[in-house]
Design a protein around this ligand. Structure first.
Ligand code: GLN
Length: 485
């Protein structure tokens, strides 16, 4: 069940047909019910949210101009800083941490009239694909019992798929917006690198991280992007022309639309439900007048290796700040313990096993004598992968159609003992981050799997700053999963 759209909530609140207070109170009630089934939230914020909503109502009653998201309840992934509540990245090392400022994306949502009602559960520091690696315990799929919701933005995807909020923020370093969106049957948009400010996003891998929306529809994802995108002088990687031009109406495709489709060899081993979803999407694109053209991605097979070297290398450096002195919870020390024990014990107690593994891998990949062999080669592979995408777009493709994941949501516990099988989940998403491109995960119906019916998505990848066309194309085929099923 998806909530009323953000557009319709904002319209009704602006017209004073609904009060922000009533909308937010209902969202909080629903969040509590969903929390008891799924563990989607690290924290629900009733006091903050109701106070904000009542202040909004008072301002609107006094004649203030309504923002485009006025009265819309939203959920924020817990690695994005909010002054409301805590920001823990679902890690013990940040237990109790309160941010002194709002992330730029959060401030922009608030300025548009949105109300933060909860922080979302996630894999610790964004490291995972299942939301099982959280200090708050695993989250569960919103409709299929015993399954994961995907990750690492699992809580954000559950919140939207369960009708708590129409829009949630996630972060995507290697698929963490798109993969849970696909598993839960909602829309997920990873913007072009530099489109949305990273100020206030706790860094995992800075050259890959990007904040983006998870939403119940393409139109709401577009609305959220328009609000959060834009240049931010406080983020050195923010693009000067980052504001999203959404003047292109949704549902109208670019003239002579061309969509690239990767050859069958790239999609070997796919779950039959994912293949069927790709066929449905391709059929809908053809019906809409698109020309489907085969494209080659000769270096795609190196994406996982390159990603897991670059992401862990950057993580080992970014997470060095959590030392129990400047940042992070400090371990209790004995009278004879020194600074080394302080660092070691604080970090050992504070980080979970997957984060520890990533820091060790990354430190090794960067260590002297090995850096060129591992990190250096990964950077070279990254350039080749980017070149594959550049070539596809140079041939006039407006977007590429690919899977999001090899299969639908897997069972809780199915992949936790084998990190490599978890990493392989990311085969179709990490290349997009390595190349800095925008990509959207679009629900495309459901598939049976081991006795359960599960959502399945497809991915549309665009050229840099190609979000307007990407959203327009997605809106064209948005309902193909149900109508063609
Ligand atoms: N699953 C990938 C990882 O563990 C991607 C995570 C993300 O995008 N934050 O690194």
């Amino acid at each position: 069940m998806i909530a009323a759209s953000a557009q319709s909530i904002a319209r009704r609140v602006a017209a004073r047909q609904d009060s922000a207070g009533a909308v937010v109170a209902a969202a909080i009630e629903r969040a509590r019910a969903v929390q008891s089934r799924t563990n989607a939230f690290t924290e629900i914020l009733p006091e903050h949210a109701l106070a904000r909503a009542h202040a909004l109502d008072a301002a609107l009653d006094a004649g203030a101009a309504p923002g485009p998201l006025c009265g819309v309840p939203v959920v924020i992934k817990d690695n994005i800083c909010t002054t409301a509540g805590h920001t823990t990245c679902a890690s013990r090392i940040l237990a109790g941490y309160r941010s002194p400022f709002d992330a730029t994306a959060v401030a922009r949502l608030a300025a548009a009239g949105a109300v933060v009602i909860a922080k979302a559960n996630m894999d610790e520091f964004g490291m995972g694909s299942s939301t099982e690696r959280s200090a708050y315990g695993p989250a569960s799929h919103p409709t299929a019992s015993g399954r994961v919701p995907g990750g690492s933005s699992g809580g954000s995807a559950i919140a939207v798929a369960s009708g708590v909020v129409p829009i949630a923020l996630g972060s995507d370093t290697g698929g963490s917006i798109r993969q849970p969106a696909a598993f839960c049957g909602v829309v997920g948009l990873k913007p072009t690198y530099g489109r949305v400010s990273r100020l206030g996003l706790v860094a995992y891998a800075s050259s890959l991280d990007q904040i983006g929306p998870i939403a119940g529809s393409v139109a709401d994802a577009a609305l959220a992007l328009r609000v959060i995108a834009g240049h931010d002088p406080a983020d050195a990687t923010s693009l000067p022309d980052a504001a999203a031009d959404m003047s292109q109406p949704l549902g109208r495709a670019p003239a002579s639309l061309r969509v690239g489709v990767v050859g069958p060899e790239a999609t070997e081993g796919l779950h039959p439900g994912v293949r069927a979803a790709l066929d449905r999407a391709a059929g809908a694109l053809r019906d809409a007048g698109a020309h489907l053209v085969p494209v080659q991605m000769p270096h795609a097979e190196h994406a996982i290796a390159a990603y897991y070297l670059i992401a862990t290398a950057e993580a080992s450096s970014n997470l060095a700040r959590f030392d129990g002195v400047r940042f992070g919870r400090r371990a209790a020390l004995g009278p004879l313990d020194g600074i080394d024990e302080l660092y070691t014990r604080s970090r050992s107690e504070g980080f979970g096993p997957e984060v520890t593994r990533r820091v060790l891998l990354g430190t090794f990949a960067l260590s002297s004598g090995y850096a060129d062999q591992y990190y250096g080669r990964a950077l070279r592979a990254r350039r080749l992968i980017k070149g594959d995408y550049d070539a596809a777009f140079a041939h006039g493709c407006h977007a590429l159609l690919t899977p999001v994941t090899p299969g639908p949501a897997f069972m809780i516990g199915e992949k936790t003992s084998d990190p490599l099988s978890m990493y392989l989940q990311d085969a179709f998403t990490v290349g997009v981050n390595l190349a800095g491109l925008p990509a959207l995960s679009l629900p495309m119906g459901t598939t049976p799997d081991r006795g359960q019916e599960l959502p399945v998505g497809v991915q549309l990848v665009g050229p840099p700053m190609g979000e307007p066309a990407l959203l327009a194309i997605a809106a064209l085929v948005e309902n193909a999963g149900t109508s063609h099923a």
